[in-house]
Write a protein that binds this ligand. Structure first.
Ligand code: ADP
Length: 546
C-alpha cells in the first residue's frame, strides 16, 4: 500500500495495513519527514518539497513512487487528492487499486448539481434549488420563484469555500460575477447554482459503506454542528436528539444516495436538519476526519474495511449485524489560537501532556519537539472521548481536556473547554451557527470560574456525578492549587484541594487524616475559599467540604 497522505491519517492507514498483514510505504514532504508520525513509518519516501503541489498533490510523482516501490494500491486519506477523480483514474491506469470509489462515482458526486439530480431520482429530500448551467438572469428569476435567502455554490465546489448567502435579487445580480470568478479560480469551472438557504440547521451525516457485490450498509449518524467558518471542530456519534423516525429516515436517505450511484467503499452523506425536516447536502467520497466516532459506537475498523472492500471482498456484515452502543465525541486539536479568531499558530511544541484514560482514543501526528509548519492544515490531533451515554462522554471530556496540556503552540484546547461549559452544547439544541453566536475570545477569560459550574446540571440534563479539576490561585495562601470538584446530584458540590508534595500529588482528603490541626484548619479554609469563588451564592447551602 502506498499511503498518499500525511499526519495522523497516514499513521491510521498504516495501522490498518498492519492489522491486515499488508506492507505499506508512506510518502512525506521534506519538512514532514522529521515529524513524529513520519518517524513511525515502516518505510518512508521523501517525495518533494514543502508546498503540497510538489508533494501530496504531485499526481505523477505519487503514482511513479507507488510503481517503483512495487505497491498494489494507493490510499489517499482525506483532503489532498482523496476526491480527485483524475488521480483515482491515474492510479487505476497504472494498474493499481485506488482505495475508494471508482473515478466515475467521484466525478458524479463531486459535481453538486449532478449529485442532487441522482439523489432526487431516489426521493432523497433536499432544499429546492436551481440546476447548473444557468446564466445570471435565469438564476435571479429562479431565485425569485423559490424565495430568498438562497446560497450560491460552485457546481464543482468543496471544502466550504466560495459559498455566498444572498437575500435579494439585487444582491444576487451584484455578487454573481464575483462568485463565478472565484469558482473559476478555485475549481477551474465558473458554473454556479443556488439552493434555498436553511436558517440555523444542524449538520447531521451518515457513514455509509458499499462493496463491489452490491451490498450497502450504514454505520449511523454523526452530528458536526460545532463549526467555525463552516469547518468542523467537534463531532459526535450518534447525533443526539433525533426522534427514532427521523433518524431512520435519514439512514434510509443516505443509503438511497449511495444506491443512486451503486456506491462502493466508504462514503458520507451529509444533511442539514431543521424542525424535523432534513435536506441532502452532498456525498463525500472518502474516509472522513471524524470516522473514529462511528468506529467507536459500532466497534468497527472502517479503514481496514476500506482495504478489504477495495480488494474485492464482500462486506463481512449485514445491516442487522451493526449494533450501536455508547457515545463518542471527537475534539479536533488545531494549532490555532481561539483567542485570536482561530488564526494559525505555528512553532515548536515545547511540552506535551496527553490525558491517558481507558475511555480515550487519540489519533495524533505530533510529539514534543516537533514543529507545526504553516504549509498544511493545522490539525495536530483528534481527541476522542467515549462514554456509555452522551452525558458521561461530556463529563469525561471535561477531565480529559483539563489534563491535556500543550506548550509552545496555541491550540484549540481552551475553545473545547469553553464548549464544555456551554449549555447549548450540553442540552444539544445545536445548529451550525451557535459557535459564532456564543463564542468570543472573552469567553475564555473567565473560563476557570465558569468551568466549575457544570453545564449539564445547569442545562438540567445531568443525572450523574461529574468530576472535574480546576486550577485555583489562593488569595490567602498565595500558591496555586489544583482542586478536584465533584458535582453531586441536585447541584451539590464537593471540593478537594490537591496538594503537591515532593512525593507527588496527594489528595487533601487522604492527607487530612494525618494532618496536624494547623494543617487541617488551612485545608478547610482553602476549600471554603475555593467554594466562595466557584459556587454561586444560591448553591452554597448545599455545599459540603471534605
Ligand atoms: P462544501 O462541499 O464546500 O463543504 P457543502 O455543500 O457541504 O459545501 O456545505 C458546507 C456547509 O455550508 C454546510 O455544513 C452548512 O454549514 C453550509 N450550507 C450549505 N448549504 C446550505 C444551505 N442550503 N442552507 C444553509 N446552510 C448551508
Amino acid at each position: 500500500m502506498l499511503i498518499a497522505n500525511r499526519g495522523e491519517i497516514a499513521l491510521r492507514v498504516q495501522r490498518a495495513c498492519d492489522k491486515l498483514g499488508l506492507q505499506s510505504v508512506m510518502i512525506a514532504s521534506e519538512p514532514d519527514k522529521e515529524l513524529w508520525y513520519a518517524r513511525q513509518a515502516h518505510e518512508l519516501v521523501v517525495i518533494g518539497g514543502a508546498p503540497a503541489r510538489d508533494s501530496y498533490l504531485a499526481v505523477e510523482k505519487i503514482v511513479q513512487t507507488a510503481i517503483e516501490r512495487k505497491c498494489d494500491a494507493v490510499h489517499p486519506g482525506y483532503g489532498f487528492l482523496s476526491e480527485n477523480a483524475d488521480f483515482a483514474q491515474a492510479v487505476e491506469d497504472a494498474g493499481l487499486t485506488f482505495i475508494g470509489p471508482s473515478p466515475d462515482m467521484i466525478r458524479i458526486l463531486g459535481d453538486k448539481v449532478a449529485a442532487r439530480a441522482r439523489a432526487l431520482e431516489y426521493d432523497v429530500p433536499m432544499t429546492p434549488g436551481s440546476p447548473g448551467g444557468l446564466n445570471d438572469e435565469e438564476l435571479v428569476a429562479a431565485a425569485e420563484k423559490i424565495g430568498f435567502p438562497v446560497i450560491i455554490k460552485a457546481v464543482a465546489g468543496g471544502g466550504g469555500r466560495g459559498m455566498r448567502i444572498i437575500s435579494s435579487s439585487q444582491e444576487m445580480r451584484e455578487l454573481l460575477p464575483r462568485a463565478r470568478a472565484e469558482a473559476l479560480k478555485n475549481f477551474s469551472n465558473s458554473d454556479v447554482y443556488f439552493e434555498k438557504y436553511i436558517i440555523n440547521p444542524r449538520h447531521v451525516e451518515v457513514q455509509v459503506f458499499g462493496d463491489a457485490h452490491g451490498n450497502l450498509v450504514h454505520f449511523g449518524t454523526r452530528d458536526c454542528s460545532t463549526q467555525r467558518r463552516h469547518q468542523k471542530l467537534v463531532e459526535e456519534a450518534p447525533a443526539p436528539l433525533l426522534s427514532p423516525e427521523l433518524r431512520e429516515a435519514i439512514h434510509t436517505a443516505a443509503l438511497n444516495v449511495a444506491r443512486s450511484v451503486n456506491y462502493r467503499n466508504a462514503g458520507t452523506a451529509e444533511f442539514l436538519v431543521k424542525d424535523g425536516q432534513f435536506y441532502f447536502l452532498e456525498m463525500n467520497t472518502r474516509i472522513q476526519v471524524e470516522h473514529p466516532v462511528s468506529e467507536i459506537i459500532t466497534g468497527t475498523d472502517l479503514v481496514a474495511l476500506q482495504l478489504m472492500v477495495a480488494m474485492g471482498e464482500p462486506l463481512p456484515m449485514s445491516q442487522q449485524d451493526i449494533k450501536f452502543s455508547g457515545h463518542a465525541i471527537e475534539f479536533r486539536m488545531y494549532a490555532e489560537d481561539p483567542r485570536a479568531n482561530f488564526s494559525p499558530a505555528r512553532g515548536r511544541i515545547t511540552s506535551l501532556k496527553r490525558p491517558t484514560k481507558p475511555w480515550i482514543r487519540e489519533d495524533y501526528a505530533y510529539e514534543e519537539g516537533d514543529d507545526v509548519s504553516l504549509h498544511y492544515d493545522a490539525m495536530m490531533s483528534k481527541l476522542i472521548v467515549i462514554g456509555d451515554t452522551r452525558s458521561e462522554a461530556i463529563s469525561r471530556s471535561v477531565e480529559a481536556l483539563t489534563e491535556y496540556k500543550v506548550g509552545g503552540v496555541a491550540t484549540t484546547r481552551d475553545f473545547h473547554r469553553w464548549l464544555l461549559t456551554s449549555t447549548t452544547f450540553a442540552s444539544s439544541p445545536l445548529d451550525i451557527n451557535y459557535v459564532e453566536r456564543e463564542f468570543s475570545p472573552t469567553s475564555l477569560e473567565d473560563l476557570l470560574l465558569r468551568d466549575i459550574r457544570d453545564p449539564l446540571h445547569r442545562a438540567g440534563v445531568g443525572d450523574f456525578e461529574v468530576k472535574e479539576f480546576m486550577d485555583y490561585r489562593s488569595l490567602k495562601y498565595g500558591h496555586s492549587y489544583t482542586v478536584e470538584v465533584i458535582h453531586r446530584k441536585g447541584g451539590f458540590f464537593e471540593v478537594t484541594p490537591i496538594l503537591f508534595t515532593e512525593r507527588g500529588n496527594l489528595k487533601a482528603r487522604k492527607r487530612y487524616r494525618r494532618a496536624s490541626n494547623g494543617m487541617k484548619a488551612a485545608l478547610d479554609s482553602l476549600a471554603k475559599e475555593v467554594l466562595e469563588v466557584v459556587a454561586p451564592e444560591e448553591l452554597f447551602q448545599g455545599v459540603s467540604v471534605k
